[in-house]
Structure formats: structure tokens, C-alpha cells
Design a protein around this ligand. Structure first.
Ligand code: SF4
Ligand code: ZN
Length: 368
């Protein structure tokens, strides 16, 4: 049976049915609709004002590739300029290949690219070193949580180095719905309540962040990349299978099969949640080590690095305060001890991901 006519142009044959609406579209009309919807998200949400210098968190994966491509198409309409910022987490056999994809994109699209590395920013720590340090500690399944905290800091620093005024990341609707589910499953009311919206406006001197693809489904992101013949890196990080996110993803697939609107319903539900006054965290202060916003003595990045340097990796992610309280008395050092290097490039404006002012990367997903 021949494909139906495109429901938009009524000329070409349809190449797909949009997963959400079922609308049959040709490739040209689908790509135009996808770009128009991202433009609407940016304009209606006032995410990127004219003149903005936008640091695009580029991982080489499909989401950030689609985001960079669409924003490059929209940049003349929006009056913005783009700079790709990639983070090298130091994951052998994975990140090098992904960074090669980012370099190809930058060259093809003639966009400036800056790469910042964990090893340089965080006193020699790479994700491989973190994984070795946490192996068997009960934290070994939390690589993505460590990575998310450090990446947020690294991306902020990279963006500042290139003079960016805004940071954008490629999280799509499925990523955001998974995060909402994860926060429910952890009982993390604080993150649930502040996880809504299209990003964080940049309180406390941090750069404003946003997620222009937040309302786009993962399926449509993949379709757009396919029809635009985008060159992206699609292998999974070696640490991803251990991540808790995988359970939320499986659960979301089941929910979506029963109720196709489940993904967007979850995304919008986070926008409507508010914390009861008694559950609100105290106002954030400044990290005693790096000056970033922090709801405890140390911001999350400094607390994680401190724990790693003491050979006592610890987490401060979740509903309780146990992450930091777990730390033993000062001076107790484990077998992985090494001297405490200072956290490099501590921008006072960098935001603690435990701050109530924003946490869109931590626990959202382990990529840009
Ligand atoms: Fe980091 Fe992503 Fe790998 Fe997790 S999956 S360790 S967040 S790069
Ligand atoms: Zn700090």
C-alpha cells in the first residue's frame, strides 16, 4: 500500500507518523515542524535573548548533536551566537570516540569548540579513576551521580572560558520524565519541586541554563537526526549499565505503552509541584572551599572530591543528608588516600547542584 500524502504540504508522500500526534508527514515537513517547535520553546520561554553567546554542551551523542544543529539553523532568527563546549570525563574507550564526533561536527558546521577535562579541573581525577576508587565501596554503582555533579561544574567552567552568557543542554522529554520518576523513587521532594521548568535562570551569578529540546520526544530526536543525516556517536558509556536511570527508563517504557502521554505528563507534573514550607531546604550559602552556592559547608563537587581524596567516596544526592553525614571523623583516611588538591577554576558563580536554585544536570542524565 502506498504511503499516505503528507498531512501538511499535501504534495509529498509521508515518511513517518509523528509518535505523539499520529500525523503523517514527509521528511521536509517533519524537520520544519521539529525546528519550529524548538523555536517556539525558546521564544515562548524567553530562554535565549538576542545577543546571547550560547555554550552548547556537546557530547557527540544524538541529543546534543540535534540541539546544536537546530540552534545553528535558528541562530539567525534568534540573533544568538553558538560555541560548542565538550567535557572530557576521562573514560577510556568511550569519550575519545565521542569527542572525535564533536570535532567533526564543529568543523562541518564551522562552530568554535572548547574541550574541558575533568583531569585538568579536578586535581587529576578522571571518571575512570573515580570508578576504580569507588569499586567495591558500595558507591561503585553511582558513577553517573559522581559524573553528573562534576560535569555540571565542568560545563559551567567551559562556558565561562568562552565568554558564554547562557548554557544549553540536549535533554529531551524522555530524559526529563526519567528524572521525575527517579526523584519520585528516591523520595527526593526537593529535586522534584525544583526540577520543573525549562531550565534555571541563573541565580547567584551562575550562567542561565536551559533545555530547548525538553518538550521533544526521544523518538523524534532520533528521527530528526536520521532525516538530517547527522553524524553522531551512539555507543553507550561503559558505566551507563550500572546507572539507576536504567530502571526509570524501563518503567517509563511500560508506562508509555499503556498511556502514550505519560512522558509529557511527567514532565509537566514537575512544573506543578511545590514544596510544603516545612520541607523546604534552608537558603543556600557559599561553599567554604570554592565559593559556589552550597546548601551545606561544601558544595557537592567539593564534597565529592573531598571524599575521593580521602579515600571515602560519598554522595550527597537524595532525600536525606546522609551523604555528607556519612563521612567519618576528620583524619580517617582510606587506602585510596592522596593529598587534597585544590578544586581548580572554582568560579564563585558556579552553582552547587544541591542548591535549591537549580539541579538540572544532577540526576538528570549522565551526559551533556
Ligand atoms: Fe558519566 Fe554519562 Fe558515563 Fe554516567 S553514562 S559515567 S554520566 S559519561
Ligand atoms: Zn565548592
Amino acid at each position: 500500500m502506498p504511503a499516505p500524502q503528507c498531512a501538511s504540504c499535501h504534495k509529498a508522500r509521508a515518511a513517518l507518523r509523528r509518535p505523539r500526534s499520529g500525523q503523517a508527514l514527509c521528511t521536509t515537513c517533519f524537520c520544519a515542524s521539529f525546528e519550529a517547535e524548538v523555536l517556539h520553546t525558546v521564544v515562548a520561554g524567553r530562554l535565549l535573548p538576542p545577543g546571547a553567546v550560547v555554550a552548547v554542551g556537546a557530547s557527540g551523542g544524538k541529543d546534543s548533536t540535534v540541539l546544536a544543529h537546530v540552534l545553528r539553523e535558528l541562530a539567525p532568527h534568534l540573533g544568538i551566537s553558538l560555541h560548542l563546549v565538550a567535557v572530557d570525563e576521562g573514560i577510556g574507550g568511550y569519550r575519545d570516540a565521542a569527542l572525535a564526533a564533536v570535532r567533526r561536527q564543529a568543523a562541518r558546521w564551522e562552530l568554535p569548540l572548547t574541550v574541558v577535562a575533568y583531569a585538568e579541573l579536578f586535581g587529576g581525577w578522571t571518571m575512570d579513576a573515580v570508578a576504580r576508587s569507588t569499586a567495591g565501596s558500595g558507591r561503585s554503582r553511582s558513577c553517573c551521580t559522581f559524573c553528573g555533579v562534576l560535569r555540571r561544574r565542568a560545563l559551567e567552567e567551559g562556558a565561562r572560558r568562552v565568554g558564554a552568557t547562557h548554557v544549553v543542554t540536549g535533554h529531551n522529554a524522555d530524559d526529563m520524565a526519567e528524572t521525575v520518576l527517579m526523584n519520585f523513587l528516591r523520595g527526593d521532594a526537593g529535586r522534584l519541586a525544583r526540577g520543573g521548568g525549562l531550565g534555571s535562570p541563573g541565580e547567584g551569578g551562575a550562567l542561565p541554563r536551559c533545555r530547548p529540546l525538553q518538550l521533544a520526544s526521544q523518538k523524534e530526536v532520533v528521527l530528526y537526526a536520521h532525516f538530517r543525516r547527522l553524524d553522531y556517536f551512539s555507543e553507550e558509556c561503559v558505566y551507563a549499565p550500572e546507572a539507576f536511570r536504567g530502571h526509570a527508563r524501563d518503567l517509563l517504557k511500560l508506562l508509555e505503552a499503556a498511556r502514550p502521554s505519560a512522558v509529557l505528563d511527567l514532565v509537566h507534573s514537575a512544573e506543578r509541584l511545590a514544596l510544603a514550607p516545612a520541607a523546604r531546604p534552608p537558603p543556600p550559602g557559599a561553599c567554604s572551599r570554592c565559593g559556589a552556592l552550597a546548601s551545606r559547608a561544601l558544595c557537592q563537587a567539593c564534597a565529592l572530591l573531598d571524599g575521593l581524596n580521602r579515600g571515602r567516596p560519598r554522595l550527597a544526592i537524595g532525600k536525606g543528608r546522609r551523604g555528607l553525614d556519612e563521612e567519618g571523623p576528620p583524619g580517617r583516611r582510606g587506602s585510596h588516600s592522596r593529598p587534597d588538591p585544590p578544586l581548580r577554576s572554582p568560579s564563585p558563580a558556579s552553582r552547587d547542584s544541591s542548591s535549591p536554585l537549580g539541579s538540572d544536570d544532577v540526576g538528570v542524565r549522565g551526559r551533556l
